[in-house]
Ligand binder design. Structure first.
Ligand SMILES: [Zn+2]
Length: 323
């Protein structure tokens, strides 16, 4: 009996210490491995597609599309993923896909953490974005990092926001022997940056376009976003790599994002008009046309939180309470 309880105490001690032991430590480190895969979407152009879901402990924030292009003298990277660990995996994937070629330029499409928190592993003198994107990373990067640590935990270990050092304002840039057109837009956030590879016609739209995944709206101005989609629709292009979802040769991502935003705006305006509370608005039905979008219910609820207070301010008449 005494031996039995001693054995149990020893076992419990071992289990308690287990999380810190080197065996579990290395098993844990092995689990935190991003399964990145490069899909060739055009000549010497690859997409690294993330999951169509939310940030969680399983995906480590890998819900985003990143692109890279082999140019004559090196490699151009568009967005860097959600963490330092992702950035390291991305660098390894680029080296495996395009061996021996130096990274010449890294573009950030906007300041959301899934798009730029891999910046840390790249030479900061190569990371470029418009001033608005840089300002947003400087202003909100630390708060995003806190939030990401809460949402995806250990995947973020060692990650800190790094703002681009190269300020872009030209209409085109030649990088390593290939020309890229640069477009300065907004609407998904206050600064959204779009890159087109003029050789292939591939447009890296960032989060101005989503495909088969409901758009996110934490910093959205919907009217401005719709205008940005219109201007992207008017561009010569062969393919769009949206910020989230599969690559798109038919412009479906622009149409789907625009249609969803129009429905969202109308629905929320109608809800304010009918006097619904935010909680009631969150329960509104999703029409068939959008019901199959990934994470649509969750994103709709989040959009109510993001957009409803301003809509109420705009649409509800102030009552004169003069006595
Ligand atoms: Zn975004």
């Amino acid at each position: 009996m005494k031996i039995e309880s001693q054995q149990r105490r020893t076992l419990l001690k071992m289990l308690g210490a287990g999380c810190a032991c080197c065996v579990c430590g290395s098993a844990n480190a092995r689990l935190l491995k991003y399964p990145l895969h490069a899909t060739e979407i055009g000549s010497k152009t690859w997409a690294v597609h993330g999951e169509s879901s939310h940030f969680n402990l399983e995906n480590g924030g890998n819900i985003v599309n990143v692109g890279f292009v082999e140019v004559p003298d090196g490699v151009v990277v568009i967005d860097t993923g959600p963490s330092k660990r992702y950035g390291q995996a991305l660098l390894a994937l680029i080296e495996k896909t395009v061996p021996g070629k130096p990274i010449l330029r890294v573009y950030n499409t906007h300041h959301h953490p899934d798009h730029c928190f891999g910046n840390q592993v790249f030479d900061p003198t190569l990371i470029a974005a418009p001033q608005g994107v840089i300002d947003n990373i400087n202003e909100e990067g630390n708060a995003f990092a806190d939030n990401m640590y809460r949402l995806v935990g250990d995947w973020m270990r060692g990650t800190a926001p790094v703002a681009p050092t190269v300020v872009l304002d030209a209409a085109t840039e030649e990088v390593g022997g290939r020309q890229f057109s640069l477009f300065y837009l907004s609407g998904h956030t206050s600064a959204d940056f779009v890159v087109r590879d003029d050789t292939t016609g591939i447009l890296f739209s960032g989060d101005l376009a989503f495909l088969y995944r409901a758009p996110t709206t934490p910093h959205a101005d919907i009217a401005t976003w719709q205008a940005a989609i219109d201007s992207l629709g008017a561009l010569d292009r062969d393919l769009i790599l949206p910020g989230h979802g599969p690559s798109d040769s038919r412009g479906e991502s622009l149409a789907q994002t625009s249609d969803y935003l129009a429905w969202l705006e109308d629905t929320l305006a109608g809800a304010v008009d009918s006097g619904l509370t935010m909680n009631e608005a969150m329960q509104l039905p999703i029409p068939d046309g959008f019901a199959s979008l990934n994470v649509v219910r969750e994103e709709f609820e989040r959009s109510v939180v993001h957009l409803y207070p301003d809509l109420e301010d705009q649409l509800m008449p102030l009552i004169d309470v003069t006595r």
